[in-house]
Structure formats: C-alpha cells, structure tokens
Design a protein around this ligand. Sequence first.
Ligand code: M6R
Length: 610
Amino acid sequence: MCGIVGYVGHQSAVSMLLNSLKKLEYRGYDSSGIGIVDANKRKIAFRKDQGKISNLEKMLNARPLPESHLGISHTRWATHGAPNKKNAHPHFDTSKKIFIVHNGIIENYESLKKDLIKKGHKFISDTDTEVIVHLISDFYNGDIFHATQKAVKKLRGAFALGVICEDSPEQLIAARIGSPLIIGVGDHENFIASDVPAILESTNKIIYLKDGQMATLTSDRVDVFDFDGKPVKAKVDEVTFSVDAVQKQGFDHFMLKEIHEQPAVLEQMLKARLKGSKVSLEGLHLTDQQLKDVEHVFIVACGTAYHAGLVGKYIIEKLARTPVSIDVSSEFRYRDPIIDKKTLVVAISQSGETADTLAAVREAKNKGAKVVSICNVVGSSLVRESDGVLYTHAGPEIGVASTKAYTAQVMMLFFMAIKFSQIKNEKGSALTKDLMAAMKELPALYTSILKSKRGIAQVARKNSHFGCFLFLGRNINFPSALEGALKLKEISYIPAEGYAAGEMKHGPIALIDEYRAVVCVVPQSDIYEKMISNIQEIKARKGKIIAIATEGDQQIKPHANHVVYVPRTHELLTPLVVALPLQLIAYYISVQQGCDVDQPRNLAKSVTVE
Ligand code: M6R
C-alpha cells in the first residue's frame, strides 16, 4: 500500500528511482512522483502525475529533471484525498525546501493541521501526509535530522518516511513505525524502499528498519538511531532470491508466472518440511510439550490468507481433534475474542505487513496467547512480532491476486496439522501416513494440471460473458469456493459469490437463472453425492454449470455444461489441486475482459492501512 524508494549515491538519482519505483507498482498505482535535489544548483525539483508510473515516465521524458544524486519517489494507493496530481507525493513544506514521501496513515493529522495552519503553514493537498512535512519544517532550524526526529514523535498512526532537504544535498533520512521500510546498502550508494524487489538489481544487502527507528543515509554511510537519537547497531542481512524472481520471465503477467511456480514451491516445501515419517516445523519455536498443551487454535488472516486459514481449520480439527476458531483479522481485533495462555494464535499473511493482521497479533499477545505466523516475506513486521514463524519461502509474489502464496499457506497448514496429530498420537495415525505419501505427489499433479491449461482457458473464454458467477463447494472445499470467487472478482470485476453448496437453498438460489454461471467444486469425496444434488437444483433453474471434478468422473458429465478435470488425490488434499483451475479460470476471464490482471483497480498488494 504505497511504495517508497529513496536514493543517494554516485549514479543518476532519477533513473535509479524510476526503475526501482516500477518494481513497487504492485503496492499502489493511483499516482506517482519523484523529488530530487539538483546536483548543481542545490535546489529541490520534482515531477508528479496521477495514474500509473508510465504517466510519470512520459512526463519525465518530456520535461527531464536536472542531474541529481539524491532523491525520493512514491507510488500511491489513495487513503486521504482523491487519487489526483495534487495529492500525489512527494509533498513539500511552504518554503519548498523539504520534501517527503510517506506510506501509512497519520491518525492525528487533523489536529496537527489546524495548529500548523494557525502558524502560517500553507497546505495544498487533501492528504494526511502533508502535515508531516509542515511539522518537520516547523521544527527546522538548519538540522533536518533533528527536525524529523522531533516531528515523528508527534505523529500517531503508521508511517514509513523518506525525507530530503535542499540544505543537506547529500543526506537522505528515513523513519518508520508500523509501515515497512528497508535500507539497501550498496557500493558508494544507499537506498530506502518499501520492499526488497525495488532495489535488488543494485544490492542484496538489506537492513530491515524496525518500528521506532530512523536512519541517515549518505552515499558511503548508513546510521540507524532510535527516535531519541540514540545510535542503534543495525544488522545487515543478505537476501538470497535473485533478480529473476521479480521479473516476468517471458510470461504475459506476474499472476500467470506465479501460478506456474507452484509445483516448484510445493516441491521445496516438501523437501524442507517432510523428514521421513516426521514433519519439521523449524522456526515455530515451540517444544513438543508446548504444542501438546495447546487446547485451542485461533487463526487470524485477511483475504486469501483467511481462505487458507479456513482450510486449516478443517484439517487441524480433522487430524488433531483440536478445536480451531478463525476470524478475519479486522473483526478479531475489535471483538474481545476469548483467548488465553492455552490458545495458540496462528497469523497467516503473505506480506507480513497487513495492518489488520498485525493488530490482531498484538491483541492476541496482550491477552497472553502465543503467536506463530505463516508468512512469505522474510524479516516482515509480522515475523518480528510473532513468537515463531513458519516461512513458506514461496518467493516474491508480485501479482495483486495471491496464487502461490495461497497454496503454500495451505501446504504449511497441512504440515502443522500433521505435526499436531503426531504429537497427540505418538505412533502417528494411518491417516497422516497416507496424507504424507499423497502430499509428495502434489508437485507432479500440479505440473499435469498446468499442462491442461489450454482446455481451462477455453472454458474460461466461453463463460467470460456471464455478468455474475457463483462458486459452490462443501466441507473442505467450501473455502475453495470462497477463494475461487475472490480471485475472479478481484481481477475481472465480475460479481462473484462463494457459498457453501448446502446453504444455497437458504437464499442464494434466488439468483439462479440462465444468465448465471455456477462453478461447482466437486472432486471425489464423501460428500460427492450431496454436491450432485445441489448441482441438480441449479440445473433445474437453468444455471450454467462449470464443474471442477476428478479425472475419470463420468457421472458429472450430464449435469454440467463444462467439466474441468483435476487429477485424483487424497480427499483432504483436494483444496490444493482445485486451487489451480480456479486461479486459471479467473486469470483467463480477466485477460478475455481486457482487465489489468496484475494491478486490478482499487487494490494494492500489501494492505498496510486499516
Ligand atoms: O499479505 P496478506 O496475505 O496478509 O494479504 C491479505 C490479503 O490482502 C490478500 O490475500 C488479498 O485478499 C489478495 N489480493 C487476494 O488475492
């Protein structure tokens, strides 16, 4: 949610910033801007425009900025103020000496703004961000670091900040609370950014700035401080993923690339986690006894991660017979949930920066629960706030629609469920043994589904004209239906509802007529016949049925208008195999509709505001 990049070094700041900013466009694309200090005149200059970064690029080509070695840039996902040029970052103070870029929300901006206006500061945007720069300028008496330090102490809410001042043409300042910010340590150049992919072409040496920390960067030095100005020894990590991981590598879209990465992701997870007949939950930081003592699991997550968590509820309860509750994080945080020391809270998040999930974790910890997270992004805020972490290591996910992160999260929940089950029943049940054997087959099954993607694309195209979709599933595939609907609506803007098939006749069946397409997730299982009955009810009302069924299932054919087959697997693993065709159906419909697959309207990859 908003992307920030800052640069100080020996190269051209404008081209470095523009190139890096493009890698963060997944975080927001309502407007973008660049502010620099002119290397010769020592004056600040900027360009900003509404819309995607390509608009800014055109503007920079038409009206280039002067030579510079220090600058900040921003791509915006609007919160306060419309997505227009006036509200685009960077924002500047009344004297236009100081520029800032910001990611987050300043909760006390209205009262600060009133005071600053009284003191003569002139505001020109509708953003909360603008108060920060005026506040810095209010404290400024020639030392931009100290002015920023004083200002951040007055702010309430979440922020990651980049600050430059024309009086300090060699210095970049950064600060954070609540919103992600990293420092890239280069060779005679240093960076700040919201996320690693932005700067990976230049450096893989990263400092993860912590909440309540600030930094000063020059081309040859990085110094980290707390908000009281006390120096902090910062650890420099080396990230291991390559530049290739954040490029499309010949695929039309990141989403399609990430769908294709799933066999490899599952393969590496199996290698890392399955150790003979045991499961390794390295990173969890809980002893077997502590796990045995868990009386209640509470999962918190948002969006797709929540759907993964729902699958987790079914499997943990089935395998370990431990009760599992689950909430979307935004509900959990405000409803005083019942949790205590015997509760294990599992927070699931691809980015590890989702504001609601972070708040839910804090709430859970306040109530005395242990918190473990399932997360993809190394060093993210969620990881730092959890007692233990199970990394999915699915690699960077750039497409706004989550695909490989989802299947990796579900896979990790299987590992968790098996471990729980083995701890409670030391000999290990036949069920867990069967499951582990079947899990090893998953990468090959995924590869075979991907080989049949042409057929899935055809089904998608033939049905892309429907103005409304329903997705139905039962039992462990009820979450699959929810996830299928979310995928479709977020990237094609077609209204799509996910429903428990048995719940249809309690309301949603009223929607069914010949103009609705109904995707029925109906793999072979104990409740197959029940699904068939539900499908017949839809057919009787002329709904058009796309069935996702198990290879070899002939019985489904007369009931469905289209059948997409997935390979046979263990019944409990079916959410993992049906996920692929659901992702592909959404993808191909979005392409057919001419939508922006990777950057759908109004969305951002990382939701760092409430
Ligand atoms: O980074 P997180 O997993 O915490 O993100 C949660 C949701 O914002 C995310 O899954 C969102 O629903 C995706 N756009 C779904 O494809």
